[in-house]
Write a protein that binds this ligand. Structure first.
Ligand SMILES: [Zn+2]
Length: 94
């Protein structure tokens, strides 16, 4: 059977069945190997104020936010891009 991608859009290999994870944006249940995990650092202080405080030598802690996105949400937010047919075959999808 022909495949659109070398790893069939997942990274589980020949592992068999696996659990599902809920997308943090749309709530869809997606296989664990298909999820796109995005880590962002969110500062609790506003940008201009944080810059000023950093210049004064203050340490500003940042929150680390980890989000699990399904593929369609990841494409919507620009985490992934739609690739051409040749490009899809070259390297792993995720
Ligand atoms: Zn989603």
């Amino acid at each position: 059977m022909p495949f659109k991608r070398k790893n069939r859009g997942r990274r589980k290999g020949d592992k068999g069945s696996e659990g599902t994870v809920q997308c943090d944006n749309c709530g869809a249940f997606v296989p664990r190997s298909k999820i796109q995990r995005v880590t962002t650092r969110v500062s609790l202080v506003r940008g201009d104020l944080a810059r000023e405080l950093k210049q004064m030598g203050a340490y500003i802690a940042e929150n680390v936010v980890v989000k699990n996105l399904c593929i369609s949400c990841a494409i919507h937010y620009g985490v992934l891009k739609v690739r051409s047919r040749e490009e899809r075959k070259q390297k792993p999808f995720i």
